[in-house]
Each structure stands twice: as structure tokens, then as C-alpha cells.
Design a protein. Structure first.
Length: 169
């Protein structure tokens, strides 16, 4: 989103699958604030568990938050390995919440935008999509059935269909 806003000439179409919720974009939404606080507490707990040498517990905490209860339990070992390999990226979530990006910034995005969310994604992503919808010039929305935040692996057929429909000439 930041690149598309700062360099609109570089982005023709933009797909946002449950974009990271940003404090600055959601600061005026009281209902969203509660969920931002929950997200921050979840990320902090996740990082704390990593620091205690319990990366799987940290991943379980975060995955269940973003993708729904029992999502970690339902995650394949292959996908868990990928998540473990990328667990260091969780530290970025603490900074993401405070990234300065508001409605004025989003309004600078001139490309067409597809916002995708999973049927079982955490509510904060719905707040983020709603906020972006009011700011963007050209946006479409898609809901991936029977999926949470990791919609691309929970329902890859539906996810790929939505993206292909959007990017097709």
C-alpha cells in the first residue's frame, strides 16, 4: 500500500489479502480500537513466547488469532515448517500497527485494488477493509469461504480464482 501510494506509476493493480491493520487508519473507530488492542496483546504474547524459546506456542497463539480457533491444530506440518522458518517476521507486526498511513495516504493509490478477506479472518481485518474502502478510488472486495487469514492455503481454489479474475486483462 505504501509503495502504491508513494509511487502510483509503479502499480497497475494491487491485491490486498487481509492487509495489516494500521493504528493511524483506524484511530477514529472505537470498535476497531478494541480489536487493535487485542491484536497488540496477541503479538506481544507471541514475541514473548518466542523469546522464552517456545516458538510453536507463539505461532499457535498468533495463527489461532488471525485464522480462527484451532487453526494451528488444522495446519499441516508442511505449512507449520514454513511458518516456523518465517517466525522472525512477527517482530514486524509490532511496528506495522504504528506505520503512518491514513485515509489521505490511501487516497493517493490510483490503481485498482482488490481487497480479499477470509470468512473466518479476525474482525480487525474487516475494520481495515472497511476503512480502506472509504479512502480508495477504485476497490473491489472478495470473501473467501471456509477460510481465515491464511485463505490462500485454506481455500486456494477460491483465492486464486478471485485474484485471476481481478488481474486478467
Amino acid at each position: 500500500m505504501i509503495v502504491a501510494a508513494q509511487h502510483p506509476e509503479l502499480v497497475h493493480k494491487l491485491v490486498l489479502a487481509d492487509p495489516t491493520p494500521l493504528q493511524t487508519l483506524l484511530s477514529n473507530n472505537v470498535k476497531a480500537q478494541k480489536h487493535l488492542d487485542i491484536r497488540m496483546a496477541t503479538v506481544q504474547k507471541t514475541v514473548q513466547l518466542y523469546q522464552q524459546g517456545k516458538p510453536d506456542s507463539g505461532l499457535e497463539t498468533f495463527v489461532n488469532y488471525i485464522a480462527g480457533p484451532d487453526a494451528w491444530e488444522k495446519t499441516s506440518e508442511n505449512r507449520r515448517t514454513t511458518l516456523r522458518d518465517n517466525s522472525w517476521t512477527q517482530l514486524g507486526h509490532l511496528k506495522d500497527l504504528e506505520t503512518p498511513f491514513d485515509c489521505n495516504s490511501a487516497g493517493k493509490i490510483s490503481s485498482k485494488v482488490l481487497m480479499i478477506t477470509g470468512e473466518r479472518s479476525a474482525p480487525i481485518y474487516g475494520f481495515m477493509n472497511s476503512a480502506l474502502n472509504t479512502c480508495l478510488k477504485q476497490s473491489n472486495n472478495a470473501l473467501i469461504a471456509d477460510a481465515g487469514h491464511m485463505m490462500f492455503s485454506a481455500n486456494p481454489t477460491a483465492f486464486v480464482f478471485e485474484v485471476q479474475e481481478f488481474i486478467a486483462p
